[in-house]
Design a protein around this ligand. Structure first.
Ligand SMILES: *Cc1c(COP(=O)(O)O)cnc(C)c1O
Length: 370
């Protein structure tokens, strides 16, 4: 039987490299609480991401939940439903009401022409998503935020290392959240970070991730616990050494997919925008069954029969989740719904071979009539 191909496969250092990295921990016995590895990784990420400030977390979701809390938001937050559960849950778990804006059909980021109509006197922030590493319309979001005095927090979970006109993507809005989950372009096993411009936010984040403890005798915030530990940080330090090479390998995979699949009628792939340095994090394909002849589900099943596991990512939309049943008008985001029903993210990781990419494309195109 052929080996299975999964949608993703974590980037990992050689085991020897990781063991060498963590050996000193047995001498120091310092396992967590902003240790040496944590601080070293923080410095290295400031460099790599080209940002001023960063705060590390135990995972991306807690980073997002706590940065929302740090901003003292109230009422309503404008966001999109075409995202991972985390984005919407983080808003709701802060006692805020998500107001869903549709996405644009070109790159599935927030449709900037539809944001202003959703703003009410209760709106306090916009939380857009750089979905698949596709970058939102930063200047238009900034203009709207300024005009209505709203905070902007980007869910940049997919956008590690992405640059726009040479500038790190973590420099926009009031803050950005990155995820270092095993399945992301850069991982610390589990992990995440917030990048931010205002150092006051940094102080708030520190409080929130460490019980509000400032010193032995001073606890001045009702904080949570979301610190990154030393083993996570050490994994990050190892993976960061290789991330540029891993992204280059991903690029080769993506280019092959594009070569095989662009121009096929009924298949939409996204190309790189000129001003963007991409991280090639995902390869989403949207199937228009009328033109292509097969539905997304048919293609997904056909790949599955060949032990190739693509993912319906993102389906279902977060505003249709069972836990939110009856709370949101799902017809308010028709483009997001259209895409969610037709999108498939194809297997993509640094070590996916070109032969495997060809095999995947052959299965997708099998039976397709020009
Ligand atoms: C992965 C992800 C998150 C959450 O990050 P974790 O590190 O898994 O907690 C949030 N938003 C999006 C869009 C994601 O893909």
């Amino acid at each position: 039987m052929d080996k299975s191909i999964f949608v993703t496969r974590p980037s990992m250092p050689l085991i020897e490299e990781y063991i060498k990295e963590i050996e000193p921990i047995w001498k120091s016995a310092w396992l967590t609480n902003m240790g040496q590895y944590h601080n070293q990784l923080e410095k290295q990420l400031v460099d790599y991401l080209g940002v001023e400030n960063i705060s590390l977390f135990t995972n991306g979701h807690m980073a997002l939940e706590l940065v929302i809390q740090a901003m003292n938001l109230t009422g309503e937050v404008i966001t999109t439903p075409f995202t991972f559960a985390s984005t919407t849950h983080a808003i709701v778990r802060n006692g805020l009401t998500p107001v869903f804006c549709d996405v644009n059909p070109d790159d599935y980021t927030i449709d900037i022409t539809k944001i202003e109509k959703l703003i009410t006197d209760k709106t306090s922030a916009i939380i857009p998503v750089h979905v698949y590493g596709n970058i939102c319309n930063l200047s238009e979001i900034e203009r709207i935020a300024k005009k209505y005095d709203l905070k902007v927090i980007y869910d940049a979970a997919h956008a590690f290392g992405v640059k726009i006109n040479g500038q790190g993507i973590g420099n926009f809005g009031d803050a950005s959240m990155f995820s270092f989950h095993a399945t992301k372009v850069f991982n610390t096993i589990e992990g995440g970070a917030v990048t931010f411009s205002n150092s006051k936010i940094g102080k708030q984040l520190y409080k929130l991730k460490n019980f509000g403890i400032q010193s032995d005798v001073l606890v001045d915030g009702v904080g949570s616990n979301a610190k990154m530990n030393e083993f996570q940080a050490a994994m990050g330090i190892c993976n960061l050494r290789h991330v540029t090479a891993e992204i280059l390998k991903r690029k080769i995979v993506v280019e092959r997919y594009r070569e095989r699949l662009s121009g096929v009628s009924g298949i939409k792939v996204i190309n790189d925008a000129q001003e963007i340095k991409s991280n090639y994090s995902y390869f989403p394909v949207v199937f228009d069954e009328k033109m292509f002849g097969f539905t997304r589900n048919e293609i997904c099943d056909k790949l599955g029969e060949n032990n190739i596991f693509a993912r319906k990512y993102f389906y279902p939309l977060t505003n249709t989740f069972d836990c939110y049943h009856g709370r949101f008008d799902v017809n308010a985001t028709p483009i997001a719904q259209y895409i969610a029903k037709r999108v498939l993210t194809l297997p993509l990781y640094a070590d996916l071979s070109i032969d495997d990419v060809d095999k995947i494309c052959n299965i997708i195109l099998d039976g397709y009539q020009k």
